[in-house]
Structure formats: C-alpha cells, structure tokens
Design a binder for this molecule. Structure first.
Ligand code: FAD
Ligand code: NAP
Length: 339
C-alpha cells in the first residue's frame, strides 16, 4: 500500500543537500506498488521524478510534482559457472554495496567502480564510469516499467545505446521508463585494469604484492576518499560537467595556444579534453562564494558548504561554462540533472 506525502522536505534525499520541497512524495518497493503509484497519482498529468540516491541531481527550486523514491531491493544469481556469473540487482540497491558484494564473492568487472554513490537503478542512466571502466562493459540487460502503458520491457545492451555518460534513458526515453532491475555479466577470471589515474601508485603505496579485485577496489576507495568531498560532509553531486570531446582540427588549433592542455586522443580521432583542467586553469578551483563554490581538490566538483541554494550553484555553473567558452571556445555540458 503506497503512502503519499505532501509538501515534503527532500534536502536529505539528495547529496547536494539544498533546501527544497516536493509537492508530493512517495516510494515503491516492488512493481505492484509502482503500478499503484502510476495509477493513483495520475502521474501523467504531473511532473514526475524517479529518485535513487539523489547523487546526480540539483534542485534549483521546489519540485512542483511527484518525487518517487525507488526502493526495489534484492540481489539474485541468474546463472553461475566456472567462468562467469549473471547477477541481477533490484534498482533500489545501493551501488557501492552491490560492488562490495560482488568483490567479496570474487565476481570481477565492477571493482574500478567502487565508492560511486547512488543506486543500481541509476547506473545505466548515464552509463556510470570511472578509472577506465563503464557500466556498459559488464551490462547484460535491464527491466524497465513503461509509465504510460504499465508494461515491463527488457532492454539489452544495444537497445540502451550507451555512450560517454549517456544512454537512451537520458535522451529519447527520458522520463518514460522506471528502471526496476539491472543484470550484469561478471567474470570469475578477472582482467585487472590498473593503468588509469593513480591506481598503480596507490597499489604500491598500499604494499600490494599480489593483485586482486579486492586490492583494486580498496585502492579506488582510498584515492576517491582522499580526493573527492564526502557528500555527508560537503554537499556535491560529483563531476558537475562532462569532459568535452572535440574534433582533431579544433584540438590542433587549441594546443598551439595552450600547450599544457590535458587531453586524451580517442580511437575515432576525436580528442577528449579534461574539463577539470580547463576550469582549474581559469582559476576556479577552490573558489568559494558564500556557502558554495568549486572544490579545492577537484575543479569539476561544485560544492554546497551548508546553506546555499540550488539556484546559486546553478548560476555558478553558468559562470564557469561562460568563462570556459570565452577562453577555449569549448562549450561544456552539465552532467548533473537539473530540476
Ligand atoms: P539520482 O541522482 O537519484 O538520479 C539521477 C537521474 O536518474 C535522475 O534524472 C533520476 O530521475 C534518474 N533515475 C534514477 N533512478 C532511476 C530509475 N530507477 N529509473 C529511471 N530513472 C532513474 N558518476 C559516475 O558516472 N562516475 C563517478 O565516478 C561518479 N562519482 C561520483 C562521486 C560523488 C562524490 C558523487 C556525489 C557523485 C558521483 N557520480 C559519479 C554521480 C552519481 O553518483 C551517479 O550518476 C549515480 O549513478 C547516480 O545515482 P542516483 O541513484 O543517486 O541517481
Ligand atoms: P583523474 O584521474 O585526475 O583524471 C582527470 C581526467 O582525465 C578524468 O576526467 C579522466 O577522464 C581523464 N583521464 C585520466 N586518465 C585517463 C586515461 N588513462 N585515459 C583516458 N582518460 C583519462 O580523474 P579524477 O577526477 O580523480 O576521477 C577519477 C575517475 O573517477 C575518472 O574516471 C572520473 O571520470 C571518475 N569520477 C567521476 C565523477 C562523476 O561524477 N562523474 C566524479 C568523480 C570521479 P574520464 O572522466 O573520462 O574517466
């Protein structure tokens, strides 16, 4: 039986922690309850927001609609042999706890994605990625509830059309489906991915002699804990901007003026630019305005030190976008979902 709350403060349901209210708030823990929500709330007539861990969104004002918290739990082994395991997780499971469950059971593939906040159900939304691994590398399928018809559809990898922090659920199917479970194909014969970022150095500092997925997971946890603000202490939603990808010709011009620019050539010839480098080089890193600003260790992360509004943080992001555009001619894109 679902319960609908009105005028609910939702600050504590998001990692940015800005003070906003939702006109209506409810939650579901299985498909039956989700069906009830869909029919009882006449959601089709109201703006609706499916909420996971609230770690990739920013509310700039009170939400004039229904916020619906996904609480579908449960982890199930679908098949298991000497080589690989097919594992299904309810969308409302916590992502990092799911990673630890897999690591502890020697199911390899997502150890590099340790300590990413949020829910399993949101992981395909933007094809979460870190340290050279993306969800698409281990994704098998997902189940999603179509809000308009109430039908549950299975999406395979191709149908999700994953890209860099992208999927169909962020564009053509935006606000049409609720992801209810995700199934991953993990391996028992790990291929260790340690070449990215500071992983190797951290493994060395930890004194690791025999590589394991547990060691990699711990290394990633250590690096992230030292570099990124903990949302329980300082409000944030991780990287506020995506890394821009530009054409080789544009890059060749840019590097003449900015020879230090942090860049990563992609297999198709385009070049990925580290957005953090662009923002840092313009002096934004560590800048604080009142109760909000840019994190001191990570220029991509905008932070709420306690009492700032979503509007203030959004305006700061616009100022950063404009200054990057003015100096480098590059249009940054926000990664965080704005409401
Ligand atoms: P929410 O913020 O609750 O929702 C995000 C969007 O997805 C919203 O539009 C929401 O409506 C929609 N949504 C959520 N669940 C569902 C569902 N079940 N069905 C349909 N739509 C849904 N991201 C990375 O990719 N890599 C990182 O390394 C990374 N590091 C981070 C570090 C920090 C400190 C923080 C705060 C964030 C980081 N993020 C990172 C961003 C964020 O953690 C991920 O995007 C995460 O997957 C968001 O999950 P969530 O459950 O909190 O989603
Ligand atoms: P980092 O290791 O300091 O690297 C800076 C940037 O350079 C990253 O954005 C990364 O791109 C890119 N990069 C580094 N090494 C690379 C390589 N070998 N090949 C290609 N690109 C490379 O980054 P960080 O800030 O500490 O973050 C570490 C990882 O966690 C990154 O993968 C980052 O995406 C992820 N992260 C994501 C969020 C989020 O909210 N989305 C928040 C924190 C951290 P990519 O971003 O494309 O990987």
């Amino acid at each position: 039986m679902i319960h609908i709350q009105h005028n609910k403060a939702i600050k504590n349901y998001t990692t940015f922690g800005v003070p906003v209210k939702a006109k209506k708030f409810t939650q579901f823990s299985d498909i039956q309850e989700l069906k009830e929500v869909a029919s009882h709330l006449e959601v089709l007539d109201e703006e609706m927001l499916i909420l996971g861990g609230g770690s990739n969104l920013l509310f700039t004002k009170d939400f004039d609609g229904v916020v619906i918290l996904n609480q579908i739990k449960g982890i199930e082994i679908i098949s298991d042999n000497n080589e690989e395991v097919l594992i299904k997780s309810g969308a409302g499971e916590n992502w990092h706890e799911f990673v630890l469950y897999c690591v502890d059971n020697d199911y390899a593939g997502i150890e590099n994605l340790s300590l990413i906040p949020g829910s399993v159900g949101a992981s395909p939304m933007q094809n979460i990625g870190a340290y050279g691994v993306e969800i698409k590398d281990v994704f098998h399928s997902l189940e999603a509830f179509h809000i308009e018809t109430g039908e549950v559809r299975v999406f395979n990898k191709e149908e999700c059309n994953f890209g860099y922090r992208e999927s169909v659920f962020k564009n053509i199917y935006k606000d049409q489906y609720v992801i209810t479970s995700v199934t991953f194909l993990l391996t028992k014969k790990p291929i260790f991915k340690t070449s990215y970022g500071a992983i190797k150095a951290e493994l060395e500092a930890m004194g690791v002699e025999e590589l394991s997925i547990k060691a990699i997971s711990n290394a990633v946890i250590n690096i992230r804990s030292s570099k990124l603000p903990n949302p329980k202490e300082i409000g944030n939603a991780g990287s506020f901007f995506k890394n821009p990808v530009i054409k080789k010709e544009q890059f060749d011009e840019l590097i003449k003026n900015f020879p230090e620019i942090a860049n990563y050539p992609l297999p198709n010839g385009d070049v990925k630019i580290a957005a953090g480098w662009l923002i840092d080089s313009l002096g934004w890193k560590g800048k604080r305005i009142g109760d909000y600003g840019v994190h001191k260790n990570q220029a991509l992360v905008l932070v709420n030190y306690g009492n700032s509004s979503g509007g203030d943080i959004y305006n700061l992001s616009t100022d950063i976008l404009n200054s990057v555009k003015q100096t480098f001619g590059i249009e940054l894109e926000r990664e965080v979902n704005i409401f």
